[in-house]
Each structure stands twice: as C-alpha cells, then as structure tokens.
Unconditional design. Structure first.
Length: 160
C-alpha cells in the first residue's frame, strides 16, 4: 500500500544545494528523457528565476519536483500586468506515483503562483494524456495538440 506523499519544500534557485540541484536535474532526466524517451533541452535558462518545489523521501532523496515561473518579461506580453504565470517541469519518481504527490505538487504550485501574482491566469504546456488530471484543477485546453520533442502536448489555462 502506498503511503501519503512526502512534504514539499519551496526553494529559491540560489538556495538549492549542489546536491539538490543535481538530484532535481537527475529526476527530471530520468522521467522526461529516459522513461518518456523525450530528448528535450532541459537546461533552458529559466531555472535561476524560478521558485522550485522539491519533495524528499525519508532518505533525503528528491522524489518529486516542479518549478514556478512568473510572467515572461521578455515574451510577447512583456511587462503586461495581466501576463500569465506558469509552472512546469513537474516530475514524480516512479516510487511515489499513486501517493498523491503529483496532485500535491500542482496544488502547491498554484498556491505559490496565487501568493506571488494574485489574479493572474496560469498557463501550462501539458502532456495531452494529462488533460483530465489538470482539468480537475480547473484548467481548460487552450490550443490544439502539438508535438513537443516527441510527446503530444496542449497548452492549458486556469483563469483567475
């Protein structure tokens, strides 16, 4: 029987230890590149500006993570006060699946974004097969499916 998910910590990029950074990137690589066979460029320059959510098991190993991102100041909306915010790179170690950790990471991501940027829509690039999962949080499909490094994705929006 699966146990409850481990607690989630909020960590700014500069406060991550080198071990945490290594383990977070290793988890993302194991899940996205190896397990899902999607050789995507994980190092995209957005981690330093993100607030990271990490979940550690009893041994101190990162078993879940996500990153929360503010409005893209350099994007098409620029400094628009209504520009959406986002979260992504949500990964859960297979040992923690079906514990509710993925759901807890989404909920905590939404809490962080609401605290830091109240009233802003949240836009995510979701794997298409997870549309119903994210829909349970109030997200609705915003685009037609598109290929993202071999994985069908859709953009989804949570209106606030």
């Amino acid at each position: 029987m699966k146990t409850a998910p481990p607690p989630i910590r909020r960590v700014a990029f500069d406060a991550l230890t080198l071990r945490d950074l290594h383990d977070m990137l290793a988890l993302r690589s194991r899940v996205f590149v190896v397990e899902q066979a999607s050789p995507y460029p994980d190092i995209d320059g957005r981690d330093p500006g993100a607030l990271h959510l990490i979940a550690l098991d009893e041994a101190g190993t990162i078993v879940g993570c996500a990153r929360c991102l503010g409005p893209d100041e350099d994007g098409p909306d620029g400094a628009n006060p209504d520009a959406p915010v986002s979260f992504g790179r949500l990964a859960v170690d297979p040992s923690q699946r079906s514990t509710g950790l993925g759901r807890a990471l989404v909920a905590e991501s939404l809490t962080v974004l609401a605290e830091r940027w109240p009233g802003r829509d949240v836009v995510i690039g979701a794997q298409q097969h997870l549309e119903r999962f994210y829909g349970s949080f109030g997200f609705v499909r915003d685009t037609d499916p598109y290929d993202d490094f071999g994985i069908p994705h859709i953009d989804m929006r949570l209106r606030r």
